[in-house]
Design a binder for this molecule. Sequence first.
Ligand code: AMP
Length: 624
Amino acid sequence: MKNNNFRPIVGIDLGTTNSAVAYIHNGKPEIIESQEGKRIIPSVVLIDLKGNIIVGEDARSGLVAMPDRSIAAVKRQMGSDKPISIAGQALLPEEASALIIKELKRHVDALYGEGEKEAVITVPAYFTDEQRRATKEAGELAGFAVERIINEPTAAALAYGLDHMDEDGVYLVYDLGGGTFDVSVVEMMNGLLEVKASTGNRQLGGEDFDWKVVDFLSEKIIGDAGVDPREDIRAKALLKDEAEKVKKQLSENTSVTVELPLVTVKDNKPVGISTEITREQFIALIDNQLQETIESIYAVLKDAGHSPQEIDEILLVGGSTRIPRVAELIRELFGKEPRTDVHPDEAVALGAAVQAGLKSGALSESGLVATDVAPFSMGIAVLKEWKGLTQRPGGFAPIIPRNTTIPVTRTEKFGTSAPGQTAVSIEIYQGEHEWVKHNHRLGEFLLEGIPENVNKQEEVDVTFRYNLNGILEVSAKCVSTGKEMSVVVQDALRRDSNESFQESVQRLENLWKNADADDIGDDEIGYADEDWKMIDDLLDEAALGKSDIDADYESGELTPTVLEEEAFQLRERALNLLDKIDESARNKVRMVIDLLEAAITENDVEQLEKAIDEATDALIDLEL
Ligand code: AMP
């Protein structure tokens, strides 16, 4: 009999570089593959010239060809209210992330059919409340009921723990991904998996290593040709792509040759690069960052009260742990080999599925139970003694200390500071510094209606409740009257949260509608497969020096899509020129823009070629 209330629940790893989704199948977590058989998808979004939204591998290929129409590494901006521009539109980080999750949802829908689904989504342990809220919102915008937000290292430990429930011990989870670094100490005791301490760095990962290589290659080009390729958005995207490839090759080889004949142009001549980079040079470039991760290990061991010798197993998670130097540093520090049976790219999604299974009952027989910790201290601003002399505002009074097991509720008593005071402002912060200005502000609210008492302090109880999603609720109660005010911090931060959520829904619907207007479903891509291959081949050929892109254009072998891209780039160049030239030239440029736009709309090869020729001639004259 069909259970109509059944709502499938899946685990999602929303990564900086790659994302994946998993579920419980026959008592084991398993990745849900795409219909094309892909287990993980690059976390890249591209809006093509027709307005189609493309996510994953195809979008990644477009990063170099269309940097201004793609978004990568959006996770690093999660929680910020600064929109990201893509193809002339502005999307909030959670909206861009929703597009990635929506792609994963297609994999899930293919498995379970349409209908409501729940999800557990992972975040770095070090994510702040805003970043967790934004992640939850991204999942909801993509159409999931987000059951739980869990920490990535906890998820990795859950994936490992399910198979090693009878092996009591202390694990260290070292998670170095594309954008973030997390390290946690986890204890397994009779099936109870307890996170003891967690720390990390929100801005450290493989992306940074890529940029170090970009800088290395750029310095070389500056030395050889006197031009900084990083100032050319396309050249920068090309170098970033190459840098990642080089970095990955250096995990296998001790040296790699970089041959790119066309990176940028100077005086209308191509500027390329031909050089070699050794593993040693690469390690020297990223050494400071790797050392930072080692310092975090010492910090987390101290918080958990363990010495390196007491760690039984080290689990390496995240794609960047494939860099051989990482395992080497771990060996030097712990005197033992890290585990190799944890899949660095899949462990987090699998662990999220384990959490989902514990929730749905699919794994309740297993006896596995997991606890997590609050990665930051949370508290309020108070008057604090300064240099033993005066009382100053802005001191930090923690109410939930970091690494407290969650969920947790704590109450502390405070007193009004001035005689006759009838209201107190509760300012909420998270962080470890004794002065709030160095910590992270979460919100503020006012408790009014305190009786005017000129003779003595009124007492106020402040209660912090931190739930399993890492979302905080704060309340304050005037003890003498019982009057209480409370606030959920996510609401405190965004009083208009429902309104802004609806705005996001609308924005995404418009995006999808635009794509549908061209009669192309969101599961198809605006570029035909051959076009993608052509873009890739062109770039590869240019990189290898077999041909150059212009020669190929002239050969007339190009499809409308590739020509459209060229026309689009010329239009951007023309638009950039408009405010730098005088009125008579401006009219000419406007005509060029009209011509290009008409050709793009018509999508006709001949018209596109003609517009490109005319625009190229006109722009070269004006740009000189
Ligand atoms: P994750 O966020 O866990 O998916 O990790 C992705 C990061 O791992 C990206 O920065 C990748 O460039 C990096 N990565 C993947 N494979 C390798 C490799 N073989 N060597 C070095 N870094 C890698």
